[in-house]
Design a protein around this ligand. Structure first.
Ligand SMILES: O=C(O)CCC(=O)C(=O)O
Length: 384
């Protein structure tokens, strides 16, 4: 792509090939990481080509097809596009992209270490960039298929979300804070072409002052065409928007964002992938989507338990007393949940069994599950 000169200087959309770097070995991959970070810093956007295979993309689209097919264009007021989320729960194939190593390393640099120019990690009144004690926690922020069908973005089916920047979509935009709160990725699950709606971008717009200003919205755009399996990355300050699809094929993209973990997630991952599904994920993915305590007390559950020590356990039930599973000292804590006396224990167990049976008879399966879990906790609690 040729260079572009606009209100923010002379810029270009740099492209780096992940497959080539992977085949060349560790040094080439480290160089790719540096190049990607430097290009993002300088131009506000960068493309990693061949980040996954076209088969990976096809598998993801096939897994998501039932959800996409069941979703009308323009649901949630966003015109011209079909938007479908909850990718972690719905598509195993998406995990490869959501947890792509080059993207995670970039997010670590931009979010944890605030490596982009003008930013810094500020903790306890001091500033730093990634050294011990100067890292912000971050996590997955949203997952969304953005499917621009034929006609999407034309006058007949306009995009209601025009050129925009992601910071500020949640109202508070951190203009003067000197931080990058989020990084966005657009995965090309089909080829992105000039006529099927490849994303429009304003190169350099992440450097607009004030940061959330509007000059950027009147600057000429270029389109980030890319082949299936590539990913376009930009900062939360970079101005962008979906293109119009004047072709007769769908443009299928997947928007994956990461943000600082002390902010609310735009797509609530703990609801989009609730504990009974999250339990089946590998621990790194559980943590990436937010089942952890990223900073101090944040995200504790019930009796100040970490998610891994509570909701991610098989039979954890918040309505069951003692579900935390921690031992009690009768001298200090009083009677335990499981009485030591065998007769009292049996009576308690029978009482819970009877209530479970009543719940089943009343077809209240949710209550029955609580009693089932209560019995499970009772039988494994220490009988002191
Ligand atoms: O679909 C695209 O190319 C980008 C659109 C986008 O970021 C959005 O509308 O949220």
């Amino acid at each position: 792509m040729p260079t572009v000169t606009n209100a923010f200087g002379t810029h270009e959309l740099k492209r780096f090939d992940y497959r080539v770097a992977t085949e060349a070995g560790a040094d080439a991959l480290a160089r790719l990481d540096d190049d990607v970070l430097r290009s993002l810093d300088r131009h506000g956007f960068v493309v990693i080509e061949n980040a996954v295979s076209t088969d990976d993309c096809d598998q993801l689209v096939a897994e998501m097809a039932p959800y996409i097919d069941a979703t009308p264009h323009g649901l949630h007021g966003l015109g011209g596009t079909r938007r479908v989320g909850a990718l972690v729960a719905r598509s195993q194939a998406s995990h490869k992209m959501i947890a792509h190593p080059a993207i995670l390393r970039l997010a670590q640099s931009v979010l944890a270490e605030q490596r982009l120019s003008g930013d810094a990690v500020r903790i306890g009144g001091k500033s730093g960039k990634g050294e011990k004690g100067f890292r912000y926690p971050w996590q997955l922020h949203l997952t969304q298929i953005i499917d621009v069908g034929p006609g999407g973005g034309t006058d007949a089916l306009p995009h209601h979300l025009k050129m925009h920047r992601a910071n500020g979509m949640w109202v508070y935009d951190f203009q003067d804070a000197g931080i990058d709160p989020q990084v966005e990725c657009m995965w090309a699950l089909s080829d992105f072409t000039l006529d099927n709606g490849a994303t429009h971008i304003v190169l350099g717009s992440h450097r607009e002052q004030p940061r959330g200003g509007h000059v950027s919205h009147t600057e000429p755009t270029v389109q980030a065409n890319m082949s299936k399996g590539s990913v376009l990355i930009w900062t939360g300050w970079s101005v962008h928007g979906a293109g119009a699809n004047t072709s007769d094929a769908r443009r299928i993209g997947m928007n994956i964002n990461y943000a600082l973990a002390f902010l609310a997630q735009e797509e609530n991952q703990l609801l989009a992938c609730p504990p009974h599904l999250a339990r089946k994920l590998d621990p790194a993915m559980q943590r990436l989507i937010g089942y952890r305590q990223p900073a101090g007390a944040l995200n504790y559950v019930a009796e100040c338990q970490a998610p891994a020590d509570s909701v991610l356990k098989g039979d954890f039930d918040v309505l069951v007393p003692g579900a935390h599973g921690h031992e009690m000292d009768p001298g200090i804590d009083g009677p335990t949940y499981a009485p030591a006396d065998p007769a009292a224990f049996e009576e308690k167990r029978r009482g819970l069994e009877a209530r479970k049976a009543e719940a089943i008879a009343a077809d209240d399966l949710e209550a029955a599950l609580h009693f089932k879990n209560a019995i499970s906790v009772l039988t494994r609690s220490p009988r002191i």
